[in-house]
Design a protein around this ligand. Sequence first.
Ligand SMILES: [Zn+2]
Length: 189
Amino acid sequence: MLSKLVIRRSSSYFVPYAYYQKLSARDKATYRRSDAVERIALRNASQLVPIVQALQAALEQDNQRLLRQMSQQLLNEITGFLETPPVRIKVLARRPSDDAEELHGLYEPTEGSDQAVITVWMRTAAQRRLVAFKTFLRTVLHETCHHLDYEWLKLEESFHTEGFFKRESSLFKQLTRSRRMEQQSLELG
Ligand SMILES: [Zn+2]
């Protein structure tokens, strides 16, 4: 039985998350397409450094309006570069939660003429502390990857696959790596 779940790829084995087994044949095909793409190359990543820096400063200064502006600008650059429809971002104050879990981010796809919307929060639910910069950026990029699944990869559904998380990490690394390089070159003078 297990062998059915192991699909050979060129150099590695496809081992899906457990929920894969419950998907329809059509969704399984979408899952596999999602899993196969591991990277989103942002060739303009180094140009996005000042935006990512301004975003971090706005979060650390607890400036909700500026944080929303910078987050929106980052998304505009990413969707512009990848030539997908834009996505609007809402930055709200405190994360909603129930006893079981705390919501970090939310993606609502395009409906009719309405633009797709990402919602993220600045503060944790329990402690009401500001969310750490890396967590905030990761959340924004995670929700962006849902948008890109529909609009860039043209998938019917956006599943959490290994490929999905690798795409999220690839965006994160590119945006923070060039930021480190920038900081180093500033330090070097
Ligand atoms: Zn998600």
